[in-house]
Design a protein around this ligand. Structure first.
Ligand SMILES: Cc1cc2nc3c(=O)[nH]c(=O)nc-3n(C[C@H](O)[C@H](O)[C@H](O)COP(=O)(O)OP(=O)(O)OC[C@H]3O[C@@H](n4cnc5c(N)ncnc54)[C@H](O)[C@@H]3O)c2cc1C
Length: 207
């Protein structure tokens, strides 16, 4: 797998535990929204991060990185990495992305925590390509502090009648606009078994 250099163009907190990192590869970079790249701290410390960006919509790669207690890579990212730094990344890998050809098929996207990253890319890719079937994105967190990209997702739901965004709170009361329960339970209750092949789905978890 080839490696290349990329420049960090911005880093921002998406919530208290998750950073949104934008990086610009030094050369043309082919990928599909939802794939992942390997991100190198040094020769020995390499970790995978999903691509939340869509190549046709943005010039930079967009990563959502959750802080892991005592994590080798994430301690370094949260403590030392800054805009302007040059890093080494791999080419994109992975088979989880939107495939054209079945625009009327329903899509169910389910994820927790930073597992939203690939789903955010896949969702926007599908909408951009004119998907007409229903798309449901269920994002699960313990409480409302864990959610991020909420405004962006609510706006997409307003703009696209076939897309619904359901943030699910698993711990305690869910305020208005949120569902209560484990994300998988909520998603499957809302979407009872459909005939085989009638729905494609992607499920991720917070890594
Ligand atoms: C395909 C793929 C895509 C991914 N996409 C994302 C993404 O979009 N966003 C995201 O945030 N993450 C993602 N991840 C997870 C990411 O790759 C890292 O695993 C994560 O960031 C933690 O890395 P770290 O080096 O900080 O933690 P590590 O240093 O690997 O440690 C992880 C945990 O294990 C514990 N640990 C480490 N060594 C030991 C030991 N010897 N004994 C006991 N405990 C130990 C640490 O304390 C820590 O809690 C993805 C992973 C995969 C495979």
């Amino acid at each position: 797998m080839g490696k290349l250099q990329a420049r960090v163009t911005s880093i921002e907190y998406l919530n208290a535990d998750i950073l949104g990192i934008r990086i610009r590869p030094s050369q043309p970079f082919a990928y599909r929204a939802g794939q992942f790249i390997n991100f190198c701290k040094d020769e020995y410390t390499v970790r995978s991060y999903s691509l939340a960006s869509v190549p046709e919509l943005e010039d930079e790669l967009f990563l959502n990185v959750r802080k892991v207690p005592n994590g080798l890579m994430t301690n370094w990212i949260f403590g030392d990495l800054k805009a302007g730094d040059t890093i080494t990344i791999s080419e994109a890998e992975g088979d989880c992305f939107y495939v054209t050809g079945n625009p009327e098929q329903n899509i169910l996207l389910i994820g927790t925590g930073s597992g939203l990253a690939p789903l955010y890319g896949i969702l926007r890719d599908a909408l951009r390509k004119g998907h007409t079937g229903k798309i449901g994105l269920y994002h699960g967190c313990y409480d409302t502090a864990g959610f991020y990209l909420v405004e962006e997702l609510r706006k997409l739901a307003q703009d696209h009648a076939n897309f619904s965004y359901v943030p699910c709170v698993s711990d305690g009361e869910a305020p208005q606009g949120y569902a209560q329960g484990l994300v998988l339970d909520v998603a499957l209750k809302d979407n009872p078994t459909s005939p085989a092949g009638a729905c494609s789905s992607a499920a991720t978890r917070s890594w």
